[in-house]
Design a protein around this ligand. Sequence first.
Ligand code: SAM
Ligand code: SF4
Length: 407
Amino acid sequence: MTTTLPLLPARPPADDDLPVGAREHLTTTPFGLYVHVPFCATRCGYCDFNTYTSDELGPGANRAEYAGTAIAELHRAARVLGPDLPTVSTVFVGGGTPTLLPAEDLAAVLAAVRELFPVADGVEVTTEANPESVTPRSLATLRAAGFTRLSLGMQSAAEHVLAVLDRRHTPGRAAQAAREAVAAGFEHVNLDLIYGTPGETDADWAASLDAVLAAPVDHVSAYALIVEDGTRLARRIARGELPMPDDDVLADRYVQADTVLRGAGFDWYEVSNWSRGDAARCRHNELYWANANWWGVGPGAHSHVGGVRWWNVKHPAAYAQRLAAGEGPVADREVLEPADRALETVMLGLRLRDGLPLTALSDTGRARAADAVARGLLEPAAHAGGRAVLTDRGRLLADAVVRDLTD
Ligand SMILES: C[S@@+](CC[C@H](N)C(=O)[O-])C[C@H]1O[C@@H](n2cnc3c(N)ncnc32)[C@H](O)[C@@H]1O
Ligand code: SF4
């Protein structure tokens, strides 16, 4: 359960009056910046992210002006969080398709981060990219600007699967882009995969995994296809044009991915994420999963600082207008009660390879954890040592285990 902060006006919510309590551990808690880029060349039929294909979104919200608008919010962030600013340990530019913007614009955003905030030595700086939206030249520019990590949306190596997903790249392009990123000097490269797309066969999935292993990447994210309400994919399934992804098939695909990736030296560290060694983990996502602090820049972006969560207005035009008028772009915010924070800790922590201490669970949760061990869903040795850690079978039922332990 969450509550809206009672003593603050609901409209327009101010983001420049962060409650004193939220600042308490500001400089000692890991801090990250997320920058949302809300543009895509075309919308994939399965995707319900806050992204727009038109370039006519209004002043400040068009692609050519967007970096300047995001930088305006970074200035607000530094003002609100200051004067004792937290050190930025990770930056993640996501989308949408960040690489639809010129690499120089993304470089300018990163330069503004460095100008406005203290930045940790060895900061992790990721950008998401669609495989067809990067070139050796743009990658070199990003690398020279300080980007260290590239996350490419590969999804599949099968042409007919990419077609169902409305992806624009050819099957080999993601691996080629990964090679270009390594040649440009990126330290870490990730490929995102989606499994369970209607029409995908076991052989298609095996070929996608093989293609990932043949690419020079140290991180893989594999997600079951989620049929989001309101998407073109959901409408096609409702009309009977495509079948709904089958739960048993999804479970088989997950096991297949885990087996192949582990066999090739990748280890899972979150239910949907595998890396070659700890240094290749995505530290920005780890910061979310640890419920640390982050500021999300951009339309619809979410932030969390010290138990206060807020989110920006969703449309880029409204977002840009607010900033141009010198106002904050926040749509609303809520203060997490201790019980909410405890619940989030369990929901996020249980999906991690390290699991979470049994002391993070309620009395009921602890009793159910013992039961989950008996059912083969939690590791007995870890449980004896005071932690709840999913077994391989438990990972397949991670959402159900989380529900069971938190009800
Ligand atoms: C929102 S995209 C942004 C990055 C980039 N535009 C791309 O498509 O690769 C990030 C990732 O979210 C995942 N994703 C988005 N919608 C999804 C869905 N409905 N089901 C499963 N994964 C999804 C895809 O794997 C995608 O690579
Ligand atoms: S390119 Fe990425 S963000 Fe854009 S619509 Fe497709 S999945 Fe969504």
